[in-house]
Design a protein around this ligand. Structure first.
Ligand SMILES: O=C(O)c1ccccc1N[C@@H]1O[C@H](COP(=O)(O)O)[C@@H](O)[C@H]1O
Length: 204
C-alpha cells in the first residue's frame, strides 16, 4: 500500500515524510491554504529522492502552465483535481492522476471514462476543491468495486480511520492532507502515526 502526504510547503516536513516512509508527496498549485510557489516547490523537490513521486495538484489549470511547472520544479506526476475532461487528462508526457468527487453510486460511472494512470476518489464537500478533511461514504466503493484502475483513496483520512478505510476499499494508495495537520500545519508525529497505521494494516 502506498502513501501520499499532500499539501507539502516546507522542506522539513517533506524530509520527515520521506523518512517515515511516504511514497509520494503532493504540492498544491491551486486555490488552497496550502498553495506553494513554483520557486519553493523547486527548492524542496531538488533535494528529494529521485524515485519519490512528486505530485503537482492542479484545478482546471491551463495546460501550458502545468507543463511549465513540471519543467521548472521536477514534478513527476500531475494530479488534475477540477472539472478536467478525459481529453484534458490525455497525452501529458508524465503520469496523470484524475481526481473524481464521489457523492453517490452514480459518480462512480465516470470512472470508466478516464484512461489516465491513476484515479483519485475524494469527497466533493468543502471550501476548496480538495483538502477539506471531509470523508465520503467509502461503502460505495465496497459495493461497487473499481476494476482495472489504480485507485487512490482521499478525503478526510486520519490515523484513526485509515485502517478501516483500507479494509473496506483496498486502494492502491491512500492520500492525506488535513488528517496529518494540527492547527492548520503539518504535524510530523501525525504523519509518522498515519504511515505506521497503514503499515500495520498491510501486515494483518
Ligand atoms: O490539499 C489541498 O489544499 C487541495 C486543494 C485543492 C485541490 C486538492 C487539494 N488536495 C487534495 O485533496 C485530498 C483530500 O484532502 P484531505 O485529506 O481531506 O485534507 C488530498 O489528499 C489532496 O490530494
Amino acid at each position: 500500500m502506498k502513501v501520499k502526504i499532500c499539501g507539502i510547503t516546507d522542506l522539513e516536513t517533506a524530509l520527515a515524510s520521506v523518512e517515515h516512509g511516504a511514497d509520494a508527496l503532493g504540492f498544491v498549485f491551486a486555490d488552497s491554504k496550502r498553495r506553494i510557489t513554483i520557486d519553493r516547490a523547486k527548492e524542496i523537490i531538488g533535494v528529494l529522492p529521485k524515485d519519490l513521486l512528486k505530485i503537482g495538484v492542479f484545478v482546471d489549470e491551463q495546460r501550458e502552465m502545468i507543463e511549465r511547472i513540471v519543467d521548472e520544479t521536477g514534478i513527476n506526476v500531475i494530479q488534475l483535481h477540477g472539472n478536467e475532461s478525459p481529453a484534458d487528462c490525455a497525452s501529458f508526457s508524465i503520469p496523470v492522476i484524475k481526481a473524481l468527487s464521489i457523492e453517490s453510486a452514480n459518480d462512480l460511472l465516470k470512472v470508466d471514462e478516464y484512461e489516465c494512470d491513476y484515479l483519485l476518489l475524494d469527497s466533493p464537500k468543502g471550501k476548496y476543491r480538495g483538502g477539506n478533511g471531509v470523508a465520503f461514504d467509502w461503502g460505495l466503493l465496497a459495493d461497487q468495486k473499481v476494476e482495472g484502475k489504480k485507485v487512490i483513496l482521499a478525503g478526510g483520512l486520519t490515523c484513526e480511520n485509515v485502517g478501516g478505510a483500507i479494509q473496506l476499499v483496498q486502494p492502491y494508495m491512500v492520500d492525506v492532507s488535513s488528517g496529518v495537520e494540527t492547527d492548520g500545519k503539518k504535524d510530523k508525529e501525525k504523519i509518522k502515526g498515519f504511515i505506521n497505521e497503514v503499515t500495520k494494516e498491510e501486515g494483518k
